[in-house]
Write a protein that binds this ligand. Structure first.
Ligand SMILES: CC(C)(COP(=O)(O)OP(=O)(O)OC[C@H]1O[C@@H](n2cnc3c(N)ncnc32)[C@H](O)[C@@H]1OP(=O)(O)O)[C@@H](O)C(=O)NCCC(=O)NCCS
Length: 160
């Protein structure tokens, strides 16, 4: 039997608009302005940053050399920042990813973007202080070469 000829016909089945809105992909930014209120809210998720105020977050942002932020639309979902002389040293601080977004390589991307930032090309040594060495070892950081020491204001009164 001959196959039926192929005809181009418009489907009579009505086109249904998707009912679920597609989630925008996570985006990263080196220049984007960061709302201190959103950042302070993100900080509440980490034990070492809990209790930081919106005002202090604003002041910190104004005095930070570089930031890398991660966004889901207009929602801040990841952050990291750098203090540096742009030549010899750079320190990385406050790397954080919102709880619902962890484990999706967002933290890795933030640190990679810092290490490969065009303005940090000359920096010979990046330094950070962490309670999560495993995460940073995967990115090439080592605790073998340097020893960090910390002077914490909150501990001083106990020593006096
Ligand atoms: C630590 C943190 C920044 C990692 O970001 P993330 O986006 O969740 O991590 P990634 O998805 O990029 O993880 C990359 C790898 O590191 C591993 N990893 C993540 N957190 C880790 C940890 N605490 N210890 C050891 N390995 C860790 C992941 O399993 C993953 O391994 P894989 O490559 O085999 O899959 C994030 O979990 C976070 O914000 N935690 C709370 C805040 C905090 O304490 N930050 C540390 C600043 S010192």
């Amino acid at each position: 039997m001959k196959p039926a000829p192929m005809t181009q016909r418009r489907s009579r089945i009505p086109y249904n608009k998707p009912t679920v809105a597609l989630k925008p992909a996570v985006t990263f930014a080196e220049q984007r302005e960061i709302d201190p209120a959103q950042l302070a809210a993100l900080f509440q998720q980490a034990p070492w940053a809990k209790g930081r105020s919106v005002e202090d977050a604003r002041e910190m942002l104004a005095n930070t050399d570089l930031t890398v932020s991660a966004w889901d639309g207009d929602q801040l979902i990841g952050f990291g920042r750098v203090l540096t002389d742009y030549v010899f040293r750079a320190s990385i601080w406050d790397v954080i990813v919102a709880k619902g977004y962890q484990g999706r390589k967002i933290g890795t991307e933030i640190v990679q973007r810092i290490l490969h930032h065009p303005r940090l090309k000359k920096v010979e040594l990046f330094w950070l202080c962490t309670r999560m060495p495993g995460f940073y070892e995967r990115l090439g950081f080592s605790s073998q070469e340097q020893t960090g020491m910390v002077w914490a204001r909150s501990r001083q009164s106990r020593l006096e």
